[in-house]
Design a protein around this ligand. Structure first.
Ligand SMILES: [Zn+2]
Length: 270
């Protein structure tokens, strides 16, 4: 099963059970998939089909309006080509969520390339996140979550969406089995990866051994990928994961950063 579909099932289940958190950050480079999932979530919430199980029906007025990006209770924010998201856009969001929903029971806000919010915009957005209106649902996209304020990241649920998993790719390329533990992690939800991280973080030695293994493995795969002239996007993705793992090792060895935090950074990017 594709990892993305696992993530999707997870959020759809939450949407169906009215159990969504008020803010999500969709990570990763699969923009098409992120858009598809975000719109579907909004549709599930707004759809008026009488059978709940059949929502979204894609046929009612709200479903169609959301698909066409013209639903009055969903605000879609994205930076203009090459520009930042300014504090003006964030003010629009604040105004939007301060009014009661018009055609549904929620207010949806989608922010694409959220990392393009400049500093003032991020601080303004943080204020909204600190006291979110009860019926608001924020979905942020970012391929570079480290550019977002830590205080924003800690208030959103992160869900990764990648076009491919470097670890799954690794096994295709090398023909070798993915070490079982990596394969299991790669297919796990973020919260399960975090529990795994919490578990091994109890021992610094164990954490370092785990990261060294992963780094060794990624290096072999990266080498194979470069040698066989693989896709540049894949190579970049593998390279950035390897760099991240290397950084985590360095943090754990030489700084006071919490072992668990360093491991979690890696878990997000798997
Ligand atoms: Zn519908």
């Amino acid at each position: 099963m594709e990892k993305s579909s696992l993530q999707e099932q997870y959020v759809y289940r939450l949407a169906r059970n009215n159990a969504l958190a008020h803010a999500y950050l969709f990570l990763g480079n699969d923009t098409e998939k992120k858009k598809e999932v975000a719109l579907r979530i909004f549709q599930m919430l707004a759809c008026v089909h009488h059978d709940k199980e059949k929502r979204p029906c894609h046929d009612c007025i709200p479903c169609k309006a959301i698909a066409g990006d013209r639903f009055p209770d969903v605000l879609h924010v994205q930076p203009e080509e090459g520009k930042e998201i300014s504090v003006g856009s964030i003010r629009k969001i604040a105004t939007c969520v301060s009014f009661a929903p018009y055609a549904s029971s929620f207010k949806g806000v989608l922010i694409e390339e959220a990392d393009k919010m400049n500093k003032t915009a991020q601080s303004a957005f943080l204020k909204i996140l600190e006291e979110p209106p009860g019926n608001a649902l924020f979905i942020l996209f970012s391929a570079y979550p480290n550019l977002l304020l830590e205080t924003i990241r800690s208030r959103v649920q992160m869900i990764p969406f990648y076009q491919f998993s470097p670890l799954a790719l690794a096994s295709q390329r090398t023909g070798s089995e993915i070490p079982r533990v990596f394969s299991k992690l790669e297919q796990s939800l973020l919260k399960d990866r975090f529990s795994f991280a919490a578990e091994i973080a109890e021992s610094q030695v164990q954490s370092l051994a785990f990261l060294q293994d992963m780094l060794g493995y990624l290096r072999v795969v990266l080498f194979e990928e470069v040698k066989s002239r693989g896709e540049i996007l894949r190579i970049r993705r593998l390279f950035s994961l390897a760099t991240l793992v290397q950084e985590a090792i360095r943090y754990i060895k030489y700084t006071n950063v919490s072992v668990r935090l360093a491991l979690e950074q890696v878990m997000i990017e798997l």
